[in-house]
Ligand binder design. Sequence first.
Ligand SMILES: [Zn+2]
Length: 219
Amino acid sequence: MEPFIEKYRFNYIKKRVFEVSSAITSSLDKNVVIASRAHNQDKIYGVFSQLSDEQKELLSIDRIIDTVSADQFLKKLEPFVLGISIPTNDTVARLFKKHKKIRIPDSFSEDVKRVYLGWIDGGTRKLMMIYEIDRKPFGMACRLPQVKSSSVNVCSLCHNIGSDEEVAFVSPVCKTEHLGPDAYKSIGFYLCLDSDACNERITSIDKLEDLFRKVNNII
Ligand SMILES: [Zn+2]
């Protein structure tokens, strides 16, 4: 069986499995557990437009009876999870033409599945992001806030809630062709500064894709 579970879908399945195992550990009523299992099984199958029998079997949560079997279930899915490919440094240089010497951290490996690549570049103090649309990589360089506020923020991608230190208001610069080749418009949104943690929580790519399309002028 080939990998078929996109990372954000895997995160969603993880959430559903967590719900089932909490129902098992916290409920004495057998019917509550049965209902939770059925409800979450539907939701898990529901994220895929079609599944083969083999894939259905792999995603069956029937055998989850406690937290240990829940972990085992998720471990079994891992070889079938799809993540973004790590581009070469030449590709990275092309994606961030306006920035010099941007390199992907050496620690990034495809063994760790990610929805998007994100890291803070020490030289420019920007949060660099790479995401694939139709299997093509696109880049986004985000300015980090200069001043800290005491507000509590929500990440637009994973809905994690945190202070400015954790979830900051970042602003990518994007070209707006209809205003002329040299015009840039600025947009901004809240984002986790720890991209790896954010990658573990994202369950939908709608907002991410929308932002990348806007910034890169993709229709
Ligand atoms: Zn996040």
